[in-house]
Design a protein around this ligand. Sequence first.
Ligand code: PLP
Length: 353
Amino acid sequence: MISFYPGPSKVYDKVPMWVKKAHSKGYLSMNHRSERFEDLMQKTQRKLRQNLNIPENYSCFFTSSATECWEIIAESLVKNATSHIYSGAFGKKWFQYTKKLKPEAVGYHFDFQKPLSIDGLQQIASSELIAITQNETSNGTQVSCNLVEDMHMEFPDSLIALDVTSSLGGIELPWEAGDIWFASVQKCLGLPAGMGIMICSPRTLIRARALGFNEHYNSLISMDHHMSKFQTTHTPNVLGLYLLYQVLSHTNSMDSIQQKIERRFAQWMNFIATLKTLKPLVSNPEVQSHTVITLKSSPENIENVLNASRKKGFDIGLGYGELKPSTLRIANFPALKRQEIIDLQNFWRSQEY
Ligand SMILES: *Cc1c(COP(=O)(O)O)cnc(C)c1O
């Protein structure tokens, strides 16, 4: 079965080999306060920075998931309120999680078919922290990197937190325009679930120290304190870290990954234009995500396409949230192979979808 699910998604074919290697090299029982662990952490961080072009003065942390990053942000970086600007189910969930911890959090929903407009946001954007889901996995849209840069210019005093769970590792990101960037490894990075990555600007850590919130095991202050020794606050996912190191060592530079993603996205769009029964949910190219493609049709046809594809060995992503019955989602993640995409498209062609 080839998974086209946008998370958890297809893992790199070499993952089983790397797991074996991790075992034979003793990583699976490694003490997380040992020098060998610190060495692995240091090497992984270095590769992550190199491959993703992360600025030298930004900090990298590892968490258990993207969801945990939502909590860390609310607990460590916010005194009273956050502003959540969202168009889909993940952005809404993030807002709802935060609201439980910070009841003054404000949400602003925008139409996912249109680019986010900065005009009018002054009313709602908090000076503390603005939360944006850069790539909305539920509806297959993105807030473009240009818009993220505009937000940063428009709200220079606010920390800008970006959920890039389904774009980090697939497209290049404008690091300097954001303060907290986070993702989990089971999407564009092609790894088994169970680890999150959180990348923070220098002023994020200054804010954390100024607020002094340090009562949670994964408070940013203690995470940073431990990371200064290449350690973590708790026993981390050492296997996940090792697998991340391997993936980063075996994949190309971000520049060529992005080119591959863009090329494949354009090819997908050309192919989809030839289909009779499946149409892009998002018609405006300015807001289409390039890593998650969402198609719409009647609920009967969606069910039929999903079932027939599964029988042929292609696991297609179900729709998400309210869009579940009328859409399906396809990952355009780097770990998928060219031939796998061709095979799926040939099958759909043969079925005259
Ligand atoms: C998948 C996803 C999440 C949740 O990731 P977890 O690793 O399950 O916490 C959050 N936000 C977005 C945009 C996602 O795609």
